[in-house]
Structure formats: C-alpha cells, structure tokens
Write a protein that binds this ligand. Structure first.
Ligand code: NG1
Ligand code: ZN
Length: 542
C-alpha cells in the first residue's frame, strides 16, 4: 500500500471549502440537494471517482451531474462503475463519509479509503463527466473536473448528455468494440442501426401508425431527440415539444415523465390531439411514460408497469418462436399497480418479483433470470440478458440449419439486444423498444391500454421531522416502525374495495411517500388522505 501523497484538505479548503454542516447521504440516485449546497460535495466526488478508477485497475469511471426529475434549483451527482452499472453499493457509505467530512479530515479519510480498499494509488485514473441542462450543472461539472484533476486523474467532460448516454460511454470505453463506439454518435448509431434493422421501411402496420408526440421536459431529452432524428431517417416520425432547455425555470415544470405520472395529467406545452400516442421523458432522459387523451378529453396513462408488461409479453412470444429455452422474469416495486401484477402472473404467466424502490434493487434481482425485465412504475427500467443468452443468440443467429421462422426470431432477438441499453433505464432506447413491439403487434395506443385496466391510485408525500423514523420490510410493503402505523394502515385499507396502501421514506427528498390504490379514484384519494393523516399523527408529521 502506498500512502496517498497529496494535500486534499488544503486544496479542498482553498478551492471548494465545505459551506455547511447539512448531512447528506448517497442514496438511490447518488447525492441530491439544492444546487447551492453541492459544490464541495461534487468536488470531493471527483476525488472519489479517481479512487474508484484506481480500485478498478484504471478503468474509466462516470460522474453524472443531474437531479433528474427534481425541480430545476436542485442538482445531484452520481458515479458510474466500469461496465455502466451504478456505483457498487459498498462504496455508498464511503461516498457519504467523504461528502460529510470536514475539509481538515479529507487527507486522513482518503488515506483510510486507499488502505481499506487496498488501492494502488500509483495507478493512473480516468473519469468521464456528463451533465444535464440545469443552470447549475456547468458550474458543478467544473467542480467535479477540478476534483479529478487535483487528485491526479485525467478527465473528459462530455457536456450536456443524458444519464443513459454516460452509462453507455463508460461501458463502451471499458469493453470491446463490438458493444459500440465510445462517442455520443456511437450511441445514436448503435440504437438507430438496431431500430432500422428491425423496422426496415414499414412505417405502419395494422392499427399502428408511426407518429409520436415527444415531451422533452424542457431538458436534455429534447436536445438528444433532435440530434437523433437524422439517424432514424424515415423509420419513425417524432414531433418534439417542451424543448425550452435554455429557459430558466422550465425544466420539469408542468411537464416531463414525473409530472405526468404523479399528477396523472397531460403535460403543458404539447397539443391535445385525440388518441395521439405521446411520450414524456424526465429531466435526464432515463425515464419514460406514454399517455394519450381520448376523443372525450379523458387522460390515459401508460406507465412503467404497462411498458414492462408489453415488453415481457412480447419477449415471451419471441423466445417461444426461437425454440430456445430461456427463463424470463419481471421485477417490480410496491408502486406497481396491482392490476399489472395480476396481469403478469395470471394472463402472461411470467414469474414476477417485488423489490424495494431504487433501480439498483431491481437491476440486481433481474440478473437472477436469463432475461430479466425490470421497471419502476414511474417509467425507469430496462431489460437485461445473461451472458449465456447473448452467447447462444449470437451463435444461433448464424446457424443455417435452423428453420426460417426460428432463424428470423433469433436474428430479431439479437437486434433487440442491441436496441436495449442494458446498463440502465434509458428513455430513448425504451421508447424505440416500445415502438418496435407496438409495430410488430400492429397496435395503436388504445389496443395497448386495453390489455388490462389499472386500479385508480394516488401518490402523496408528507413532510415529517425525521423521515428515517419510518422503517419498512417486505419490499417496503409493511411498515415496522413507528409502532402502530401498520395496524392503522391495515384498518383503513379494509374499508375500501381492492384497497392497498403503503408508506416509505423517500431516498431523494426529505419526505415520507404515501401510495394508495382502490377500485375507484375517489376511494384511492380518500385512502391516501387517511394514510397521510396516520403518518402525520404517528410518524412525527410537521
Ligand atoms: P424516492 O424519492 O426514493 O421515492 C424516486 C423514485 C424512485 C427512483 C428515484 C431515483 C418514486 C415513487 N420514487 O425515489 O422510483 O426513480 O427517485 O430517481 O417514483
Ligand atoms: Zn431521471
């Protein structure tokens, strides 16, 4: 072990001194806070990214500046591991310790990390940075850059890109050429080539029309979608709205995937064309939901649960056509609509698992299947294929002794694997996947909606003195503390037909979230309001 030979404390104190004593935790989406509180934290994450790169034998590490769907004044930072995965969970506590330390303790903490993690500090380190369109993002990206350089790493700032693009860039840099070229264009080429292989030049099929209305949340999604259009050629027509990424105060404001999902209404800034297929992405374009407004003006949401069931059902048919024996599973969280879970289990007959909120939990569980489909109800998700599946598909796609139908299915599946960003939920890749399935089935958005009917639901949040007093088990469906809360929820739920409700502390906001569903919207609203009261009374509401 070589002792770290740098004066981190001095340089941090000089360039990005700790501004406040607010305690911050590396949660499901890295660090998130008001942007004004983040400069010293992001600078230190530059240090951490360098250490992580050395720990991973000089692999490239990603550092993304974004607060996703949060309001524009917030920002955040998260690290990406060499194969495009989220930062290994064991390093979350290390990140938290480093972020909260006083400037004067940085030297000893960094030394301690190097020793405990057995890091060869002499190795070179490389970091890729990406940022969203928030006004504070450039400044924070510079802080991260400085952190990398000051600790002896080399750094490339890719500027404004989506979170999934940075995951792609990191993975493609650390893996072989076959995965894709390590550049923004490489990413767009990879997705568009796969999409064009499948779509060929057939725009419409039965009820499917190749026309889409795109809500870019006034963020990076609208920028990348515009860049993407020339790559897609004539295969699909995408009309882009909410592209005011340069206007202060507009990001995620009354638009974007989170607004549409939580408010259960159409975003502003997009025309109301009856039955038109519309998509909304979030502020860093790693989430997507679909929606339409019918001829009576009624709004219909097709969220992550709906996307997951569409994709899983289709993959199952495709696997059958290949004649290969792969086990397919679907992973959800407690936020998944009860109807979607019933549909998956009873109609599609696909195994379904429930895990705590946070993509890392879903992703991890999905790796237990040969092909794992995972989605949060809010639209964050993807599909992952085991190495065994990929090898078999690659081999079989050149197997000339297969009959024509099987060979076509295998080739199709191979192109789908290229279309999917396995590293993380990716709004643009997920959108192309959904479009592929709808096209193959010849469905319009009403056909898709008719597969099952969602139970009406409501999501609310409650501010409490300390959200961490709320402890849960059973994939967050059961509240173990404070005492009495679960009993009170159970009693309330019993009053409503098809009632279900749970609470959990948010990992990204200082609130307790309440979810409720029931047979009617009125009941779901009442149930949610009653559970909010329970939280206020028994969990220290303020
Ligand atoms: P929290 O704030 O822990 O509920 C939210 C989303 C998560 C996930 C993270 C990261 C809901 C209910 N929660 O987490 O699903 O996407 O943000 O962005 O949508
Ligand atoms: Zn996001």
């Amino acid at each position: 072990m070589v002792a770290v030979n740098k004066n981190y404390s001095e340089v941090a104190f000089k360039l990005y001194p700790k501004k406040n004593d607010k305690v911050i935790q590396y949660g499901t989406a890295g660090f998130r806070a008001n942007a004004e509180d983040l400069d010293h934290i992001v600078f230190r994450m530059g240090f951490l990214a360098v250490l992580r790169s050395k720990k991973k034998n000089s692999s490239f590490i990603g550092l993304m500046i974004t607060a996703s769907h949060n309001p524009e004044e917030d920002n955040g930072v998260k690290l990406i591991d060499p194969y495009g995965e989220m930062l290994d969970q064991s390093w979350e506590a290390i990140a938290t310790k480093l972020a909260n330390a006083d400037d004067s303790s940085l030297d000893s903490i960094i030394n301690e990390i190097a020793v405990n993690e057995n890091i060869n500090v002499e190795l070179p380190a490389s970091v890729y940075i990406g940022e969203d369109t928030r006004p504070s993002s450039k400044r924070l990206a510079k802080a991260a850059y400085d952190g990398v350089i000051e600790s002896g790493g080399s750094c490339t700032d890719y500027g404004i890109i989506t979170t999934p693009m940075l995951h792609y860039l990191v993975k493609s840099r650390n893996t072989d050429e076959e995965y894709g070229k390590c550049s923004s264009n490489g990413y767009l080429e990879k997705l568009s080539n796969a999409f064009k292989t499948i779509r060929k030049d057939v725009y419409s099929h039965k009820n499917y029309l190749s026309e889409l209305y795109f809500d870019g949340a006034n963020g990076v999604g609208s920028i990348i979608m515009k860049e993407f259009l020339p790559f897609l050629g004539n295969t699909i027509s995408v009309k882009i709205y909410n592209d005011k990424h340069n206007e202060v105060g507009q990001l995620n404001h009354n638009c974007g995937a989170d607004f549409v999902k939580v408010q259960q209404k159409a975003p502003e800034g997009i025309p109301h064309v009856p039955n038109a297929r519309c998509v909304s992405v979030d502020g860093d374009a790693d989430r997507i939901v679909y929606y339409f407004t019918d001829e009576n003006g009624t709004f219909h949401l097709l969220d992550g649960d709906r996307i997951a069931t569409l994709i899983a059902g289709y993959l199952m048919e495709l696997i059958k056509d290949t004649g290969l024996n792969f086990n397919l599973g679907l992973v959800q969280t407690a936020y998944a609509n009860g109807s979607s879970t019933n549909y998956i289990s009873n109609s599609l007959k696909i195994p379904v698992a429930c895990v705590p909120t946070g993509v890392k939990h879903l992703h991890h569980k999905a790796t237990e299947f040969d092909i794992g489909v995972y989605f949060e109800a809010n639209g964050h998700g993807t599909v992952i294929f085991s190495d065994r599946v990929k090898e078999i598909i690659k081999k079989e796609s050149t197997n000339t002794s297969l009959d024509a139908k099987k060979l076509a299915a295998v080739k199709y599946l191979r192109a789908l694997i290229d279309l999917i960003n396995e590293t993380v939920g990716d709004a643009i890749s997920d959108m192309l996947l959904v479009e592929t399935v709808l096209h193959a089935k010849g469905w319009n958005i009403q056909d898709w909606k008719a597969t099952y009917y969602d139970l009406p639901n409501r999501q609310l949040k409650v501010t409490v003195k300390d959200r961490n007093v709320v402890k849960t088990k059973d994939a967050e469906r059961y509240c173990v503390s404070p005492p009495g809360v679960q009993d009170a929820i159970d009693k309330t739920v019993k009053k409503y037909a098809n009632g279900r409700s749970f609470i959990r502390p948010s990992g990204t906001e200082d609130v307790v979230r309440v979810y409720a569903e029931a047979s009617t919207q009125e009941d779901a609203d009442k149930l949610a309001a009653e559970v909010v009261d329970i939280v206020r009374c028994l969990a220290g509401g303020i």
